[in-house]
Design a protein around this ligand. Structure first.
Ligand code: IMP
Length: 381
């Protein structure tokens, strides 16, 4: 029989709500800091906003890296391209001059550049990226609790000891400990929850992101208490709205990685397409056939698809999209009484809600006024 059968269902972020706390003057909306850690000591890189764009062909190229870096976030350049192309993207970002005082910078004042690597060609790719100026690497794998991942992290730490590497993805306490033991400076959490992901449907593997974060962040905190070293966590896959980001942070994540959200921005990699009178951007999974030969490097198989090819409605320039979402995150933190992300980790109280209670939180038992755009209350953007 199975080693273990858990009969408690796996939970998604959308099933939780935050309880309000005491809002002191110091945590009014305009005082809330979103500064956060992305890597553990000794190279403790920080971001001014806790948002990271996914390492995907249809999301994070050099334009996204520059635009999101200007906003204080971080794009992870995708590795499903040749090492030479990815290194050229790193160079492009390093050559752009950051303008904003809160842009994400490395010690030399240029943009901090993060790039993804896979577990197949790291011996060739990593030197090319580091030579081009990459500051931080993410191992891009759907299942990070593997011998291939440990080998890749060990190789990077041995050959490029000043470049921190974030491992992933994992969804269990064992997976977290494995990656930290292997030398990861941060851990990415999530499996099967992405908007274009069909891993759960195809293979039956995966976990609700809230449950995964609760278990992994609990293990991280135990690790901090026993070792004195804090390992930041990235929540990845299925974060749709600002409230999902806040919920992931409240559980214990330090940053949130989003694909669909950023694919809608003008600065994502693809041109807009018109469909039935509206403007969209193509958005496809790294495990879809559209990602072609590269999907094997992420999924260790090429016999079937683990992602779909989709469209997402255009949302305009990144700056405007972020202004609204960040205002929501700050307002939510202010209501919980947290003036910073570390404080949110200490004081947040979350509660599982019933389906009826979720319904109660939406407009109900009223007729929408004629001026209200149809569908506005449940619009998932
Ligand atoms: P989203 O923000 O919900 O769109 O999820 C984006 C995340 O989905 C990425 O950061 C990856 O972790 C994951 N992902 C990317 N491509 C695929 C795929 O083809 N199948 C499953 N997961 C994917």
């Amino acid at each position: 029989m199975a080693r273990r059968i858990r009969t408690e269902p796996s939970r998604t972020l959308a099933e939780f709500r935050l309880l309000p706390g005491f809002t002191a003057r110091e945590c009014s909306v305009d005082q809330v800091s979103l500064r956060t850690l992305v890597t553990a000591e000794p190279e403790s890189f920080t971001l001014e906003i806790p948002l990271v764009s996914a390492a995907m062909q249809s999301v994070s190229g050099s334009q996204m890296a520059i635009a999101l870096g200007e906003e204080g976030g971080l794009a992870v350049l995708f590795c499903s391209q040749s090492p030479a192309n990815e290194a050229a993207m790193v160079r492009e970002v390093k050559a752009a001059t950051p303008a904003s005082p809160t842009a994400t910078r490395s010690a030399d004042g240029r943009f901090l550049v993060a790039a993804a690597v896979n577990t197949h060609d790291h011996a060739e790719r990593v030197p090319a990226l580091v030579d081009a100026g990459a500051d931080l690497l993410f191992v891009d794998a759907s299942h990070g609790h593997s011998a291939f991942q440990a080998d890749t992290i060990a190789w990077i730490n041995a050959h490029c000891p000043t470049i921190p590497v974030i491992g992933g993805n994992v969804v269990t306490a064992e997976g977290f400990s494995f990656l930290v033991g292997a030398g990861a400076a941060g851990v990415k959490v999530g499996m099967g929850s992405g908007s274009i992901c069909i891993t759960q449907e195809q293979k039956g593997t995966g976990r609700g992101l809230a449950t995964a974060l609760i278990e992994v962040c609990g293990e991280r905190d135990r690790h901090t208490r026993s070792s004195g070293r804090y390992v930041p966590i990235v929540a990845d896959g299925g974060l749709v709205t600002a409230k999902d980001v806040v919920m992931a942070l409240a559980i214990g994540a330090d940053t949130a990685m989003l694909g669909r959200f950023f694919a809608r921005a003008d600065e994502s990699t693809n041109p807009k397409v018109k469909f039935e009178g509206r403007w969209f951007k193509p958005y496809w999974g790294e495990g879809s056939n559209r990602a072609r030969a590269w999907k094997e490097a992420r999924y260790h198989q090429s016999a079937f698809e683990e992602g779909i090819d989709a469209l997402v409605e255009c949302a305009g320039p990144l700056h405007g999209m972020l202004a609204e979402s960040l205002a929501m995150i700050r307002a939510s933190m202010s209501t919980t009484g947290a003036a910073s992300i570390p404080e949110l980790h200490r004081i947040a109280e979350l509660e599982l809600v019933s389906g009826l209670s979720i319904r109660e939180g939406q407009p109900h038992d009223v007729l929408l006024a004629p001026t209200t755009p149809p569908g506005a209350p449940s619009d998932g953007t």
